[in-house]
Design a protein around this ligand. Structure first.
Ligand code: DC
Length: 206
């Protein structure tokens, strides 16, 4: 069984995907982390994330980079979004994601193009969304917890820029698959969003 969870940054898709995986006893892959590792490796190489060759070179990252907490930073997120527009980068990461999705027993993957490109045959596809203001507020709260001070307006601006890049890129743009269930979490707290998503998966599987 493959469950695809797509959506924009800070929509709650990661939290939801993790909870679905725990509920159904399935392995989970946060595919954004792979793009973040590429972005970080480009930065470590002193490369330019907008240059296709530099971005492709970043795909040769060591596996232990995936455990580096710096991958969660806003800065690395920006690099990730920039390297992810290059078709060669998407192709280089395809097999790894595809192998995870098709492992025996099934899997849950979250990202931008799981339901459209990586696993179009997924048994259930969710597309998680929320308003820009709410996503910025959540990101701001997360940062407060990590004692990072950044004005809300700056976070909002960054989210708008990231959305535009993810939606407008030519290769595998952020988009709900036609057969995806769209869940808007704007007015939900964490627990409500998880409950709605698990119920949606259970209903879809019935
Ligand atoms: O989900 P995230 O914020 O960790 O993702 C970081 C960037 O990686 C995002 O801006 C676009 C890219 N990405 C992608 O292009 N395709 C995916 N399946 C996952 C992430």
């Amino acid at each position: 069984m493959i469950i695809a969870v797509d959506g924009p940054t800070a929509s709650g898709k990661g939290t939801i995907a993790k909870a679905i995986a725990a509920h159904f006893g399935l392995p989970h892959l946060d595919t954004g982390l792979l793009y973040r590792a590429v972005g970080r490796q480009v930065q470590l190489n002193g490369g330019d994330p907008d240059d296709p060759a530099d971005a492709l070179a970043g795909c040769q990252f060591p596996d232990d980079l995936l455990g580096d907490p710096i991958l969660r930073s806003e800065e690395t997120g920006g690099y990730a979004s920039r390297v992810s527009i290059h078709p060669a980068v998407r192709l280089a990461l395809y097999e790894r994601q595809r192998a995870f999705a098709t492992q025996p027993g099934g899997a849950v993957l979250d990202g931008r193009d799981i339901g459209t490109v990586i696993a179009p045959e997924a048994d259930v596809k969710l597309f998680i969304t929320a308003s820009v203001q709410e996503r910025a507020r959540r990101r701001w709260l997360e940062m407060q917890d990590r004692e990072i001070e950044l004005p809300l307006i700056e976070i909002e601006r960054d989210i708008v820029a990231r959305d535009a890049r993810d939606i407008n890129r030519k290769d595998a743009p952020l988009r709900a698959a036609p057969d995806a269930l769209v869940i808007d979490t704007t007015s939900c707290n964490r627990e409500q969003a998880i409950e709605i998503a698990i119920e949606a998966v259970e209903t879809a599987l019935r």
